[in-house]
Design a protein around this ligand. Structure first.
Ligand code: HEM
Length: 226
């Protein structure tokens, strides 16, 4: 317990916990993206998959329980990730109230790394809106509980909603690009022989996630999915 507390208090510990929770999220995001691609296999496959997510774990776990365990883990990860991001933001603002002058930017600064904070806030707001859109339906014009495929298509038939999702997926891919790259460093996966693969690997994850997620709203906008 004392170890966990000292990890929590140290800035290195916070970075490690941010990296670990971030990596858990990356796995979730990739799994979710692959699941969404089932929409291209037709309504039955997609609805069956949505149903399977609730059944998974039976009979060891009662109906829906394993899904709820995943939800609680994800929520915990999101909470820790966001809390430490805000704390680090506050600490760095106190330590350096005056911004870096141009030309004195930290060496590894990229567009993706400079947009981590605002991108993170945008993604947090997106997740809240997204749950009210496709999971609980309050932000959906014609939500029918259990009709996952129809909810998806009707949700994206509003063009501005589909366009907004595509823009947010771009923000997500930037966040992942920097996050995946920097988590290698934080978690000590740092070896001269492999370092040159870190950026290409982070870019591959970011591009795959963008293309995979954006393909669904693009397909609804172009009429490929209906
Ligand atoms: C174009 C992009 C996306 C589409 C089309 C999409 C679609 C969906 C759909 C249809 C559901 C409801 C599933 C069900 O109730 O059976 C859902 C749930 C969810 N999505 Fe997404 N999603 C997208 C992007 C994202 C992203 C980027 C994140 C997170 C960063 C995310 C996080 C979640 C979460 C946490 C749930 C709730 C899962 C649960 O508790 O059952 N989604 N999504």
């Amino acid at each position: 317990m004392r170890r966990v507390l000292s990890l929590y208090r140290s800035s290195v510990g916070k970075k490690i916990l941010m990296a670990v929770t971030g990596v858990i999220f990356v796995f979730f995001v990739i799994a979710h993206m692959i699941g969404n691609l089932k929409a291209f296999m037709g309504p039955e496959h997609f609805d069956e998959y949505a149903h399977f997510l609730r059944e998974v774990g039976e009979p060891v776990f009662p109906y829906g329980v394993l899904l709820w365990i995943f939800r609680v883990i994800l929520l915990g990860c999101l909470g820790i990730h966001a809390l430490f991001a805000l704390q680090t933001w506050r600490t760095s603002t106190v330590a350096r109230p005056v911004k870096y002058a141009k030309g004195l930017q930290p060496e590894e600064s990229t567009f993706a790394s400079r947009t981590m904070r605002w991108g993170g806030i945008a993604l947090f707001l997106f997740v809240v809106a997204h749950l009210l859109h496709f999971t609980t339906g309050q932000l959906h014009p014609e939500f029918v509980p259990g009709a996952a495929y129809d909810n998806l298509i009707l949700g994206f038939q509003m063009q501005w909603v589909a366009a907004l999702y595509i823009v947010v997926m771009f923000v997500l891919s930037l966040h992942l690009y920097h996050g995946v790259w920097s988590s290698f460093q934080t978690l000590g996966l740092n070896h001269p022989r492999y370092n040159r693969y870190r950026r290409p690997l982070a870019a591959a994850v970011a591009i795959a996630v963008f293309l995979g997620f954006a393909s669904v709203p693009v397909a609804v906008l172009t009429g490929t999915l209906s």
